[in-house]
Design a protein around this ligand. Sequence first.
Ligand SMILES: CC(C)(COP(=O)(O)OP(=O)(O)OC[C@H]1O[C@@H](n2cnc3c(N)ncnc32)[C@H](O)[C@@H]1OP(=O)(O)O)[C@@H](O)C(=O)NCCC(=O)NCCS
Length: 142
Amino acid sequence: MAAIYRRAVEVTGARDYAPAQVAVWRDHGPDLAGMWRRLGDGRRTWVAVNEDDAVVGFVDLEADGHIDLLYVDPAAGGRGVAAALLDRLEAEAAAAGLKRLYVEASETARPVLLKRSFVDLGRRDLRVADTPIHNYAMAKSL
Ligand SMILES: CC(C)(COP(=O)(O)OP(=O)(O)OC[C@H]1O[C@@H](n2cnc3c(N)ncnc32)[C@H](O)[C@@H]1OP(=O)(O)O)[C@@H](O)C(=O)NCCC(=O)NCCS
């Protein structure tokens, strides 16, 4: 999953972000140890697997409705993997009684989430290691 994160940022994220931005996004995200820590902190995680049972994408959900990570291997991109992961996440979040999902969405994820009735609450301009980079606060009522 750490490798998928890296590839998704380097290949798919690079469609929407400059090389310096891709580098800080990749380098300030979870590496292998960070992925263990984050995904082992009690949040729920769903993975999508291909016909060989290899993981091709994943999404997580924190207890308050926050989606922290949504990453799909570029080799499996554009084929509805994220849509399938979000279908499952939304169904289980609603069943668990959550009323709202929220996420800081990349430029790349924004159209995917708009299509699913997430609302864009505004662009967030950040600086990571002195590099300007942005994302969008987005939310969806369940
Ligand atoms: C964002 C990401 C997870 C999407 O994964 P994906 O599996 O390729 O997305 P899907 O194929 O499920 O696309 C879902 C829907 O969004 C649409 N979509 C995807 N990209 C789009 C774009 N740039 N513009 C408009 N619509 C788009 C698809 O057509 C699809 O619609 P459909 O279900 O009606 O066909 C993937 O591109 C990724 O890993 N990006 C890099 C990392 C990233 O940005 N993560 C999010 C951090 S918040």
